[in-house]
Each structure stands twice: as structure tokens, then as C-alpha cells.
Ligand binder design. Structure first.
Ligand code: HEM
Length: 309
């Protein structure tokens, strides 16, 4: 996972991380966003139609081991799960294709993002930190729409839907390419709580519930791809595609237990860019920037962990 060579992207990535530090405080060894989380392991099994969309190895092999991290939003390592700001929740998945070979999906439980670019996102975070984002929201309708969209707390991390948000270019064996966006749907069905019900629960209810659920059996999700029509905007995370766009079933994810290595949680750096044959970036400006942000942030986290060792 290389750092981009463009100095402006590195600078913006550093500015964004610094802004998260301002918003949430510095918590060495924790992620500046999605700080509270847990790692699980399991298996991905492709659906019969997966290979028609992409020739990526995990779409054509019988099965692929995965590790997955569920998280609460914000850089607060002990945010109560029932705090409204714990939404949207995160789900990051790594497909282990071989020794040191992998491809990731980084998703969250909101279908969209407030800004098209990282620069605008930085401006939004600065406005939030200054205490009054109203002027920013007034001039950025997509950010306002995202802020106002309902984000109810899930009954369980296994009854939430997660969205990849940025589009990718999927290419199959015949070199046919289609743009698509991931959505990860819970096999247990969608179940959310109203504010009063969420408030009545414990601040660790989601991670406790996950522990008892996984002890009773696999936690399963369907990995789907919403496929764009020619002409749909594929480089803007704020734009939704019409609901009639076809959905391809890529496969099923069965999470069966906690990741064996405790320290993996701190060491692992998920990569928003797939970097695998058969799935390419779409030209969305968030992708390269986020790859830099996560890498710089992850390296800082690893160093903090070493300093404490
Ligand atoms: C400019 C836009 C964004 C910025 C600056 C940003 C920033 C960050 C940072 C600093 C981290 C911590 C990385 C680490 O230390 O490993 C992070 C993690 C995360 N972000 Fe973003 N993010 C952005 C967009 C998104 C989007 C669009 C999504 C959802 C599709 C998303 C979902 C997540 C998730 C799930 C994690 C936790 C990953 C893990 O479990 O390690 N972020 N983000």
C-alpha cells in the first residue's frame, strides 16, 4: 500500500488527521475515526453470478478467508454504542487472497457521504469544530442532506446495512467493465431501534450483543453490488443512483469468531483502494486521499503501540 506521490494529497491527509485530533482529542494507539471496534474472522463464499461481474480471485475461488472490523463512529475510543454519534457504524473487510496478498472493502452504515472531496470534508470538520456548521451546510446541500438523513441505532451490528459509498470499476474475464457500489446486507434482516429504546440500553450493548450472537452461530451478510447504468455519475460519493439499478449478488460472508490475534486490531490498516485485478478505482477523488489518510494514520497508530510495548 504505497503513499501517493502527490504532495498536496499528503498535506490534505495530514490536515484531516490533525482535524480529527482537534475534534476528538488525541488517543495514541487508537484510530482518529472509528476508534471503538472489534475484529472478527470468517469466510467469503462467492455467488454463482459473481464471476460475470469481476475476475477478482475471491469471486472465482470456492471460498476466501476474511477478517472484518466492526466499529462505532468518531475518534472516541469509549463512545457509548447508544450515543447517536456512534452512527454511522463501520464495517471493514479484508479478503485474504494469499500470504501478504489481500483486498479490502471499507464501508459504513450510511448510503452516501457528506462531501465529494476531501478538501470540502476538511472544511466541514473545521466548521463543526468551530461550533457552527450552519454556513457550511447552507452552501453544501449534499452535506446538509447527509446530516439530516436518519441514522437510527441498529438493534445489533448484525442487523445493520453497510455501504461502500465510492464506486469501483468491476472487470470480468471477457474484459467487460461495469461500475458498481458495494452494499452489505445482514442475513438476519434490518433491525433498528427508536431513540428511547436505544437510550435505555447499555453503552456497550452492540459489542456485547455481537459476542453472544457469534457464540451462538455465524454472523452472516450478503455482499451485493449496485451496478450503474452508462451515464450514471461514478466519481461522486454524494450522488445516489436511482433505486432501479440492478443489484448483483457477489457472495456471502460468514463471520464465525473473533480474530485470533489480539494485536491485529491495532496493526491492521484497511485500504479503501482494492488493488486487485478485476476491481479498479473509479476516479472518485476520495479514494486516493483516503488511502493516504488511512496509511498515515495507521502508521502513527502502530508507532504508538510500539512505544507502549
Ligand atoms: C475524506 C473522507 C474520509 C476521511 C478523511 C476519513 C478518515 C478516516 C480515518 C482517519 C480513519 C482511521 C484510519 C486508521 O487509523 O486506520 C478512518 C477509518 C474508517 N473510515 Fe474513514 N474517512 C473518510 C471517508 C470514509 C468513507 C466514505 C467511509 C465509508 C464508506 C469511511 C469509513 C471508515 C471506516 C469503516 C473506518 C474504520 C476502518 C477500520 O476498522 O480500521 N470513511 N477514516
Amino acid at each position: 500500500m504505497p503513499l501517493p506521490s502527490d504532495e498536496r494529497i499528503i498535506q490534505l491527509a495530514n490536515d484531516l488527521i490533525a482535524q480529527f485530533d482537534v475534534l476528538f482529542g488525541l488517543h495514541p494507539g487508537f484510530r482518529p475515526a472509528h476508534a471503538k471496534g472489534v475484529m472478527l474472522s470468517g469466510t467469503f463464499t462467492p455467488a454463482p453470478e459473481a464471476a460475470a461481474l469481476t475476475r477478482a480471485p475471491h469471486a472465482t475461488r470456492a471460498s476466501t478467508p476474511v477478517i472484518a472490523r466492526f466499529s462505532d463512529s468518531t475518534g472516541l475510543p469509549s463512545i457509548p454504542d447508544n450515543d447517536p454519534n456512534a452512527n454511522p457504524h463501520g464495517l471493514a473487510i479484508r479478503f485474504q487472497l494469499g500470504e501478504h496478498v489481500h483486498t479490502d472493502i471499507v464501508s459504513h452504515s450510511a448510503d452516501g457521504f457528506p462531501t465529494r472531496t476531501g478538501q470540502e470534508f476538511l472544511e466541514m470538520l473545521r466548521a463543526v469544530a468551530a461550533g457552527d456548521p450552519s454556513a457550511f451546510m447552507a452552501s453544501h446541500p449534499a452535506a446538509l442532506a447527509f446530516a439530516q438523513s436518519p441514522k437510527p441505532s441498529p438493534a445489533s451490528l448484525a442487523t445493520e446495512a453497510y455501504f461502500g459509498v465510492t464506486a469501483f470499476r468491476f472487470i470480468n474475464q471477457k474484459d467487460e467493465a461495469r461500475y458498481g457500489r458495494y452494499r452489505i446486507m445482514p442475513a438476519a434482516g434490518l433491525k433498528h431501534l427508536d431513540d428511547a429504546a436505544a437510550k435505555a440500553l447499555d453503552g456497550h450493548y452492540l459489542f456485547d450483543e455481537l459476542a453472544s450472537r457469534i457464540a451462538a452461530g455465524p454472523v452472516q451478510f450478503d455482499l451485493l453490488v449496485q451496478v450503474a447504468k452508462p451515464g450514471d455519475t461514478v466519481d461522486d460519493a454524494t450522488i445516489h443512483w436511482p433505486a432501479d439499478r440492478p443489484i448483483v449478488h457477489l457472495g456471502s460472508i460468514a463471520l464465525t469468531g473473533y480474530a485470533p490475534d489480539d494485536d491485529l486490531h491495532r496493526r491492521i490498516i484497511f485500504d479503501p483502494i482494492p488493488r486487485v485485478d478485476g476491481i479498479e478505482p473509479s476516479g472518485d477523488p476520495l479514494l486516493e486521499l483516503r488511502a493516504a489518510v488511512y496509511l498515515i494514520s495507521g502508521r502513527r497508530r502502530r508507532q504508538a503501540a510500539q512505544a507502549h510495548a
